[in-house]
Design a protein around this ligand. Sequence first.
Ligand SMILES: Cc1ncc(COP(=O)(O)O)c(C=O)c1O
Length: 1014
Amino acid sequence: MSLLDHTPTATPADAERLARDVFGLVGRASDLPSERDRNFRIDAEDGSTWVLKVSNSLEKRAVLEVQAEAAALAAAAGVPVQRSRPALTGEPIVEVDGHLIRLLEHLPGVLTADAPPSAALRRDLGRVLGLLATALEGYDHPEAHRDFHWDVARADVVVRDLRGVVTDPVRIALVDEVLARFDAVVSPALPGLRRAVVHGDANDHNVLVDAGDRTRPDERFVHVCGLLDFGDLVHSVVVAEAAVAAAYVVMQSGDPVGAVCDLVAGFHSENPLTEAELDVLWTLVLARLSLSGVHAAAQSAQRPDDPYLVVSEGPAWRALESLLAINLRHALYRLRDACGFDPHPSAAAVREHLASTPAAPLLGRPWAEVPLFALDLSVGSDLFAAQDVGAGPERFDVLIRRDVDGDPDAVAVGGYAEARLLYTTPEFATAEDPAAERRTVHLGTDLWTYAGTALHAPRAGRVVHVHDNDAPLDYGPMVVLEHATDDGVPFWSLYGHLAVETLSHLREGDAVAVGDVIGWIGSPPRNGDWAPHVHCQVILDLLDLGVDYPGVAVPSQASTFLGLSPDPALLLGLPGSVAAPARRDVRDTLADRRRLLAPNLSVSYADPLRITRGIGAYLFDDLGRSYLDSVNNVAHVGHAHPHVVRAGQRQMAVLNTNTRYLHEEVLRYAERLTATLPDPLSVCFFVNSGSEANDLALRLIRASTGAQDIVCIEHGYHGHTQALIDVSPYKHAGPGGRGAPPWVHVAAMPDPFRGAYRGYDPSVGTAYADDVARCVRAADGRGLAGMIVESMIGCGGQVVLPDGYLAAAAGHVRAAGGLVIADEVQVGFGRVGPAFWGFATQGLVPDVVTIGKPAGDGHPLAAVVTTPEIASAFANGMEYFNTFGGNPVSAAIGNAVLDVIEDERLPENAERLGRRILAGAIELSVEHQLIGDARGLGLYLGIELVRDRATLEPADTEAAYVIERMRQLGVLVSTDGPFHNVLKIKPPLVWTDPDVDRLLTTLERVLREPTLAR
Ligand SMILES: Cc1ncc(COP(=O)(O)O)c(C=O)c1O
């Protein structure tokens, strides 16, 4: 008779009675699922919640006692487990009618089966199980030593016993494969593994995760807050604890091994796993899945009519099928890497062998006689301008010889562990999803020299592959040799991009003596369509991939693959002068920055980006991971626009001086710039930053009016000089600010969404302008120099001004003798659309315009443009000189930016794409209550997130979460606004329709995440 036949029959009414009479707890009972016991949730009158467990009548008291002891040890170590409440008699376990009864604390949280999977949660689960393993070290109890049918260390015995119940031949084959692997991998290792009492059942219905609350989305579903059910407790191998949990996380991501690595790294951080344990771990995961499969099959066989049982069998079998397709050794190497071991156990032996034995020179001549130079093809290599990244072979060959004056005899060497943007074909993508990683990290060393150069085996070996990999950018004709260390440890060397003649020169199985010719360097297009070179790679395990062994890896697996492919410099005996520079850890860069730069410079994102290249609308980090740029309005016409770059480079090569000499370029720029502005704005001052422009603008209006007082707008920002902090409430009224000085009068922010007056109607504009009138009156008697105002308010939260506001406000200012500065530092130059300037959308002609960020596409170029009258009032005898302002290089760049704006019709593009983004955001707001408002002009947009559309409670933590997640999905957005709840979108104007689609689909994907649900 099985345990299931002794399942108690208690009802909720019985449970209520037992809770009251035995434990003194009055409350309502409801059923909880259990395979062999009866469990009830008790909601007590005092508000507490408990679980009443009525055990199967075959359950022994000693078994429950060992569970209680283990749980107590776990709790003491900080593992979140259920505490038990003693009965009125004081005993923790009470027998009633032949059943043992316990009352356990009901833990809050959701089952991990119902929680969104994430790497953070998997790591935390691993950590908690590691804690548990440490807590149970040294604990023992005779009852834990049992032949238990879920013990993965005995899976071979149990699965062999039950194999007969599996009827599907495909499933039988899966079971047999697992048994064969178990026999080969686990059985011989078992005697050497750590053993202890384990919980043994951290499945996704036994682990609770903290659901948190919607105001802290980053903290939701990432902290394990309950480990339930010690019923499967058994004395087994320690690694079983991790393996069982791994069997439930393995199918959570498209990268099953990666998912297990997350868990195992967490476990290892608390309870270091041994290499022997890691050797068996993956097979134990398969063993656990087989146990699930055969147990489910056995149940189905007993109850063939229960459709639920049939359906529930499916996932384990499917998981087994896909996991068996994964190379076991590859999984092992990644697990080792995740725990900080050398990914390949014999890496050190091979490195030592290579270092201690001489190599024959690959190119036939000793390296000392070869004119070698180190070649940098990394993401940040300055050999390539944006337009050259996908250059064809001929141009490529010219580019890479720049630093050797084009010398064709010079041999370029490099590339080991280098992340490159050269791999542009679909074969280097891992999925169609643009957020998915591409393969960028190069695993070999390249030598770039003449096609036809003979290659000599650096080491003796045997040919295992001669093959033509003829896909574009693939190896082309390639050779793989097998070698061995003196102790017989095998390793391989791969040579790619060879000449077709190589294919008939060697045969698989041929022995190769050191120095033998193994092939010749090929030429494009037959060599994979590369400039002539040989790709040379060491491989410690071919992973059964043969000729398809990768030469480039995705960043997330680069450390494993680099571990499997040590530096070929050792194989080839290359001199240290061409050694690849080691990649610096991002954390080191961050630490240096903290040490060397001002501490109040902020850095974006919890996991800061080390951006190394920009091309158009995209930024790339040093590992070649790409990010769609939705925030950098400074790169107005796109990152590294070739026309702008060329203009700057050319002028820099000719002359850079200052405005004390005559120069045509700056005049041409002034002419073109003023042509975009309405009369009488016709006199330019060139400066280097928005701050400098605004600072000068304040001097201009003060010189012109003879007055001091300034009206500015709440939450406005105009720059970092002291004078500008004084007129920037965003700064002087914010953290560290000292408030407004007496000469500054702050008018209410005209916020049509959450301000005192709402909407864009002209009456709203007039109402807010009345507050400017109040400020003007406040300056009465002191004299008013004027007003400084952003044409759209950026730091205030991407606020579009209500209709007529600026014109009405300017009316009040001018009536009091003041002048108006329009700060176009953020929004000018066509960002708002064909109106070109923000003030133009408000029916205002300002007295002074300040221009900054976008003018130089990233080059520090800024300007002030004003009327001849104001300019002459400023010319009061004191010379105006600006060392860098208006220099020929800046002027050339400014002209080039204007060329691109015109040639590529960027204002029109901004208007059209901006409308699309707004329409998309409004459509999303129908389903997603979090979107309170979507607003903006052209490509200067804000999406304001609120917790409640009635109260407009700002959803700041949610906004922070959204931008972090979007960054993880490859889209850079930032937040702004006084409450940090406005998603700020102000991309380079060269965005295209697919960029808009990507922004919207990524935003939607994040908004749909359970972390943002109520
Ligand atoms: C509206 C506005 N004005 C002026 C500035 C100051 O420009 P810069 O940082 O170039 O000095 C900024 C900078 O963010 C700005 O947003």
